[in-house]
Each structure stands twice: as C-alpha cells, then as structure tokens.
Design a protein around this ligand. Structure first.
Ligand SMILES: *[C@@H]1O[C@H](CO)[C@@H](O)[C@H](O)[C@H]1NC(C)=O
Ligand SMILES: *[C@@H]1O[C@H](CO)[C@@H](O)[C@H](O)[C@H]1NC(C)=O
Ligand SMILES: *[C@@H]1O[C@H](CO)[C@@H](O)[C@H](O)[C@H]1NC(C)=O
Length: 96
C-alpha cells in the first residue's frame, strides 16, 4: 500500500491511499487550534470510493492510525486519540 500526497497547506493535508487490493481511499488531516496552549488538534478523515467499504474491517481507520503511529506522533507526551465505532465504523474489527 502507499500514499500519494496531494495538496499540503499549514491547515490541511490531503492524500490518497491505495491499498494492496488497489482500492483508493481519500485521506485528509485537518489541523486546528485548541484552547490548550502548546496543544494541537488534528482531525483525520478517510473515505473509501466504494460504498461496500462501510464494512471495511477498519481499513479507513488504519489509514489514519498508521500515519499517526508511523510518524511517531502517538509517542509524544500528551498524545490522545479520540474515536469510536460511531465515528469510524469497523474500528472494532481493525488490526493495523
Ligand atoms: C485522489 O483520487 C481522486 C479520484 O481518483 C482524484 O480526483 C484526486 O485528485 C486524488 N487526490 C490526490 C491527493 O491525489
Ligand atoms: C477532504 O477535504 C476536501 C476539501 O475540503 C473535501 O472535498 C473532501 O471530501 C475531504 N475528504 C475527506 C476524506 O474528508
Ligand atoms: C472483513 O472481514 C470479513 C470476515 O473476515 C470478510 O468476510 C470481509 O470480506 C472483510 N471485508 C473487507 C472489505 O476486507
């Protein structure tokens, strides 16, 4: 699998992720200020081109999760991840 980086600005990073099966998912990371000083809020969104990917076993979740862990961001002190099955259907079945 690989990511193709699209437009990058200080507030929005866009990319496409292509899976081993050749499925393409559209991925965004949106940065926004927080009320916490020295804090940073990043919202990740990954959407498949195929409707049946609703039952994707966490593929879209892993697209985002792997970038965050791969970049080392998840090891930074104070790091918190917030998601659940409602935001991210299939997360319970994911194994990234
Ligand atoms: C992602 O793929 C879509 C559909 O193929 C294309 O329109 C879009 O430009 C691509 N974006 C990036 C960041 O490559
Ligand atoms: C990413 O952001 C673009 C521009 O705001 C939007 O059109 C697209 O639907 C977003 N994609 C995802 C996966 O949220
Ligand atoms: C999700 O997992 C189930 C059970 O292993 C499998 O039948 C299904 O094809 C998987 N879906 C995808 C999109 O990989």
């Amino acid at each position: 699998w690989f990511f193709q980086l699209g437009s990058v600005s200080p507030l929005l990073v866009q990319a496409n992720h292509t899976s081993a099966l050749g499925h393409i998912e559209n991925v965004n990371f949106t940065m926004s200020p927080t009320s916490m000083s020295m804090g940073c809020h990043v919202e990740g969104s990954s959407v498949s081109a195929f409707w049946y990917s609703l039952f994707d076993n966490g593929t879209n979740y892993c697209n985002l999760h792997n970038v965050i862990t791969g970049s080392g961001l998840s090891k930074v002190s104070g790091f918190e991840e917030f998601t659940n099955e409602w935001f991210c259907l299939g997360i319970g079945a994911s194994s990234c």
